[in-house]
Design a protein around this ligand. Sequence first.
Ligand code: KE4
Length: 429
Amino acid sequence: MRYQRSSALFQQASQVLPGGVNSPVRAFKAVGGTPVFVKHAQGAYFWDEDNNQYIDYIASWGPLLFGHAHQAVLDAVIGRAKKGTSFGMPTALETELAELAVSLVPNIDKIRFVNSGTEACMSAIRLARGYTGKDKIIKFAGCYHGHADAFLIQAGSGAVTFGSPNSPGVTAGTAQDTLLARYNDLESVDALLQANKDSIAAVILEPVAGNMGCIPPDPGFLQGLRERCTQEGILLIFDEVMTGFRLAAGGAQEALGIPADMVAFGKVIGGGLPVGAFAASAEIMSHLAPEGPVYQAGTLSGNPLAMSAGLAMLQTLAADRQVFTRLAEKTAYLHQGLEAALKDSGISYRINRMGSMISVHFTDEDVRDFESAAKGNNEKFKAYFHGMLDRGIYLPPSAFESYFLNDALSYEDLDRTIAAAGEVFRSMG
Ligand code: KE4
């Protein structure tokens, strides 16, 4: 592969954009090398500025369930743009998308649109605190809920795992209200519940983790959280920015059968345009401004251009529920192919998968939380990533990310991917 144009563009970008990108993971820091710059994309493929073609396994980090430039979304956005892109006034489109989302997702009566998953999770936490009158939240090490201060917290020292900032600019004051538990470990939650009686507003987690690679919940984990939150009067918040409208039309609540008190969305709900959302019962949402006292606002929230993309996306998946089965089957096929290629390679590995989310970990122990995910051999991951990139297969440029399959992927694409992986694993072994 030639990367001259991308390299030149990265140099130029780095003069005026911090790190040359507008979101850190794109800069290839975790895998080294120079990020490829995309010129255009269609279906399961994109072409970089050097005209190299790739099979895309990130799908814009999840939004593009049906692949790039899906006709229904294009038609909606192009048609809508001609009528004006944003008004700062209510439009019927917002209601139409809200009604469709509420009809698809269990346990929600009302929804508020924002512009990113970060905004959705940040606002959900504020609403939970306003609704319960309590300050602390429990999150899980390795789960990512966007870059709001309350979430940029890592496990601190101390037996009860008080949070400490994991980014400059996040204050100790903020960190003290974020408690860290271990994913798939109900005992770590119980310790925090005991040590913080009557002061926890919410537990927030990715019901299927995708930011440690893909980590499915152990059987009983989510049910255990549900029971504890119900018992303690704590709101259970599912961050479904990744899983929403991807695991099922009703997201993880439907796929896993566990009811949340509040749900945050992003990615698919915007069809590739900036949309986030958070949703809950009418009772909880009645506390949100202007109906209630918890303030939240946004200039471009619900703008008709983004709403038109989200509506086209949700209408398409609502009318084609088989897409979730097709995606799960394609992901299982890829899993089997990668497993077959790895089995005789002499390389230690684990593959985690749920629905159309999958990740490969170069380790000899099961990956079921951040600690075990962090034991993966990153040198092997880098070799795998670049070996696949050079063969025209674009994987997430970090071991702590999930693949996101899209429905435009054909079985020929999957076979090409598996064959490329076989070559790479043989070169790594
Ligand atoms: P955004 O603010 O990036 O739209 O959403 C934040 C967010 C919230 N919750 C979950 C479960 C998420 O995965 C995300 C964002 N996901 C990352 C990929 N791991 C987006 C890619 C990026 O940061 O550039």
